[in-house]
Design a protein around this ligand. Structure first.
Ligand SMILES: [Zn+2]
Length: 409
């Protein structure tokens, strides 16, 4: 089912949102629950009321706007997030929220009443840069996190999330939980990876989200003078760490073609040019679309870590940090997105998301799928993030058409 949005208004609304928290470098600095987040929320609230939506704010600041259907049945939910990374891009999740808004505006213009109700949503703190974890609002809503634990999270200045929600006036009255049984949830986001561009496609039909395993390994050796201590007397905590880091770089090539592995944090003590390292802690992470590969990667990392410790004669320990299963979206939602790209005549392909999204949590509540817009050079989370207006518009039409199909079922 094809539904094309008002292109001029879509582009001007995208530009309008980008001015709130916009940076000199053409990006967006709109951190969760900051003054600029308040401004964009106020702006979005007004736009929802203007569009005749019934607005609800929940106690975690998630914002919903409901448009009634012919039947009072299970709503189709559409949206994403308006917060950004520090000096992030103007598209990211905002593209998904603005497209949801333009979808209901288009239905209004055409005087269409869908069979099912439609709800549009702006989730609180998807980015996880000021308060952790990422995807926090959708996670609380879906019951993955305890709300009081999340309220108590602090930013680097010691402000709690709850006090910041109150300060900007977005600690709402509604319980932070699904207000109804939902039929489905659709989310549009920029791809943040290179696959669509490499395949000359404008739109991605997202079939799922990779799972990941994170851990931290600590080696404990012995500090000593780097001059007089002969090599056979050393227990150097950095050497086994280096071995494992190299293995994690090589590991993906031996597993799936979508496996990625990263060591992003290393702490060396005492971290001095003239002292043999005594204690080293580093984090590791592996992502893949299948649980089997993640299990294999986990076993492999731990086996390498143990072997490296033994070679160097150091103590070691491992701490599990995070474990998320891959998400596989519901066929009926993925098919609705694919039907939309076909009826609109767009170049599209099925892809798996390499990053987490609010759809991860929504998927535990109802049938879910996502639409991706091609990202130039696969760049995101910085001011150079770019998707042409034409590709933004195509992805927005895909979202609207797929949501329309689900809402008419
Ligand atoms: Zn995002």
């Amino acid at each position: 089912m094809a539904l094309e949005l008002n292109e001029e208004r879509f582009v001007s609304t995208m530009k309008e949102q980008a001015e709130i928290g916009g940076t000199d470098g053409g990006g967006l600095h709109r951190l969760a629950l900051s003054d600029d987040d308040k401004r964009i929320r106020d702006w979005f609230l007004e736009r929802m009321e203007e569009a005749g939506l019934d607005v609800r704010i929940d106690e975690f600041g998630n914002m919903f706007g409901r448009r009634d259907g012919e039947e009072s049945g299970e709503p189709v939910m559409v949206g994403s997030h308006l917060d950004s990374q520090p000096y992030g891009g103007i598209y990211d999740g905002a593209l998904g929220v603005i497209s949801a808004l333009e979808f209901v505006r288009e239905l209004n213009d055409r005087d269409i009443t869908t069979t099912r109700p439609i709800e549009i949503v702006n989730w609180t703190n998807e980015e996880g840069s000021r308060f952790q974890p990422a995807m926090q609002g959708s996670g609380v809503w879906a019951g993955a996190h305890d709300i009081d634990e999340e309220y108590a999270k602090t930013d680097t200045d010691g402000n709690t999330l709850e006090s910041e929600l109150e300060r900007i006036g977005y600690k709402g009255q509604q319980p932070a939980e699904p207000a109804a049984e939902y039929d489905s949830y659709l989310e549009l986001h920029v791809e943040q990876g290179p696959y669509l561009e490499e395949n000359d496609k404008s739109v991605g039909i997202v079939t799922g989200i990779v799972g990941f395993k994170w851990g931290a390994i600590t080696y404990r050796g012995e500090a000593d003078h780097s001059g007089p201590t002969p090599m056979h007397h050393r227990s150097d905590a950095l050497v086994p760490a280096a071995d494992v880091i190299t293995q994690i770089r090589r590991l993906p090539g031996t597993l799936g073609d979508r496996t990625v592995g990263t060591v992003g944090y290393v702490d060396v003590q005492p971290n001095s040019i003239n002292i043999i390292p005594e204690e080293v802690t580093f984090t590791w992470g592996v992502r893949d679309p299948t649980s089997e590969v993640l299990e294999k990667a986990y076993d492999h990392v731990l086996a390498e870590a143990a072997a490296a410790a033994e070679r160097e004669g150091v103590e070691w320990e491992h701490e599990d940090r995070m474990d998320a299963d891959p998400v596989y979206f519901a066929d009926r939602c993925v098919d609705a997105v694919e039907d939309a790209t076909e009826s609109l005549g767009y170049d599209a392909m099925r892809v798996f998301s390499g990053a987490g999204h609010d759809a991860t949590h929504a998927d535990s509540v109802c049938d879910t799928a996502m639409v991706f817009a091609v990202s130039e050079n696969g760049k995101s989370h910085n001011e150079d993030e770019y998707t042409s207006w034409e590709d933004c518009y195509k992805s927005a039409n895909t979202l609207a058409s797929a949501a329309f199909e689900l809402a008419q079922e």
